[in-house]
Structure formats: C-alpha cells, structure tokens
Design a protein around this ligand. Structure first.
Ligand code: SF4
Length: 218
C-alpha cells in the first residue's frame, strides 16, 4: 500500500479505536489479516482461558489465520456451525449451543467513528452472540466498514452489504439478487431480519475488536 494511503487509514483507525475504548470495547489495530492472526494468538487468546469456541459468518474472520490457529488447539472444543455436509437442522441446533461458548468470533457490517457497532442479521445467531451469551467476543473488522454515524451505517448495510451478501448465496431468491438494490422484500430468503446496535461493551472489554487496515469482507 502507498505510505500516504496507509497513513490516512492509520489516523482514522486510531481515532475510531479511541472512540471504541471510550465505549468500553478493547481494541487492537492490525496492518493486515495476517497481523490480525498474530495479535489474536499473542495478545488475546493467552489471556482468555477458554474451553469452547464458535463463530458467526464472517468473510473477514475467514481471511485471517485465526480459525486454523484455533483448530490446532488440542484443549479447545469447536462448535462448527458452518460444517459442510451437515444438515441445516443440526447446524441451527449448533448455533443455539454456540450462544453459550467461552469465545465467539465474527465480523461487523459497520462500525461508526463514534465507536458503535451496527449489524443486520438473517438468522440472528451472529448479533445474538455479540450481544449476550458467550463470555468473550472477538470481532475482526476491515477499514472499509468504518462510517460516520449510525444512519450512514444503516445506509451502507442496506445499499451495499445486504444485496451483495444475498448475491453470494447461490440458490437463494431475493429481488436484490437481480437488481443489486434493496427492494425491502418479503422473500422467504430475506437476509435482513434483525438490526442490532452495540453502543458499548458490557461488561467492559467483553467485546474485543481487531481493526484491520485493509479492505476486508463486504
Ligand atoms: S430486504 Fe430483501 S431485497 Fe432488501 S437487501 Fe434484504 S434480502 Fe435484499
């Protein structure tokens, strides 16, 4: 990356970090997805003493080495709610169990300059896990998710993240998959069902955030 561009984003991410810390989130900044993995294994995981882990759908999380790092841990039970070849009813039951794990990982649809998280879920397991249940939460968030305020976050999600997220799921049938615009549909495949805004982390530092100075996810 050009140095001036990196500097621009470093300044913006550091400002966002301060706002998040004022809202009781614990925050780290990584230069890229590989560095996010190093921060997780060196600065976060050793302090958590976890026995169980699960995660919500996140392209950004999967772009890091974190899930592979966790799979190598002999003493940590993984609840894989996205395992291939497993029927959907079993995966949904696993997602219920995942709300009680020691550590839950995922991403965020948007993050505001004032230090708030904004997410829109289809099933609700992702926003559920972020909000209550798992003892610890780690979120991986690319710089492209940073927006001015909650209104901008909702606009970003409805005009960009949700339609493109629908399009990446083969076999679904939502109108935005044909138009690339939200039509506020009533499709059985509608992915926009539950909004959650996390204004602060409660308890303090329960939610840890790794801001990544790269474009990641949708
Ligand atoms: S409400 Fe329906 S049309 Fe709009 S983004 Fe969500 S799934 Fe697509």
């Amino acid at each position: 990356m050009q140095a001036w561009k990196e500097h621009y984003w470093t300044l913006r991410l550091e400002r966002c970090k301060k706002a998040l810390e004022n809202n009781n989130f614990e925050v780290f900044i990584a230069g890229n997805t590989q560095e996010a993995g190093i921060i997780f294994s060196n600065e976060i995981l050793p302090n958590l003493q976890i026995k169980t882990v699960s995660w919500g759908d996140s392209i950004t999380l999967r772009a890091t080495p974190i899930l592979e790092q966790l799979r190598r841990q002999q003493n940590i039970e993984i609840i894989d709610t996205f395992a291939k070849g497993v029927e959907r009813g079993i995966l949904i039951e696993r997602r219920r169990q995942a709300l009680l794990v020691d550590l839950f990982l995922t991403g965020s649809n948007a993050i505001t300059e004032t230090g708030k998280l904004v997410n829109l879920d289809m099933v609700g397991n992702r926003v559920g896990g972020i909000t209550f249940g798992p003892k610890h939460v780690v979120l991986l968030i690319g710089r492209n998710k940073l927006v001015k305020d909650v209104d901008s976050a909702m606009e970003r999600i409805k005009s960009h993240a949700a339609p493109i997220n629908a399009i990446r799921h083969e076999g679904w049938k939502t109108p935005c998959m044909k138009t690339a615009y939200c039509m506020d549909c009533s499709s059985p495949d509608r992915i926009c069902n539950t909004w959650v805004i996390n204004e602060k982390s409660y308890p303090k530092k329960r939610i840890k955030i790794i801001l990544i100075n790269e474009e990641c996810g949708l």
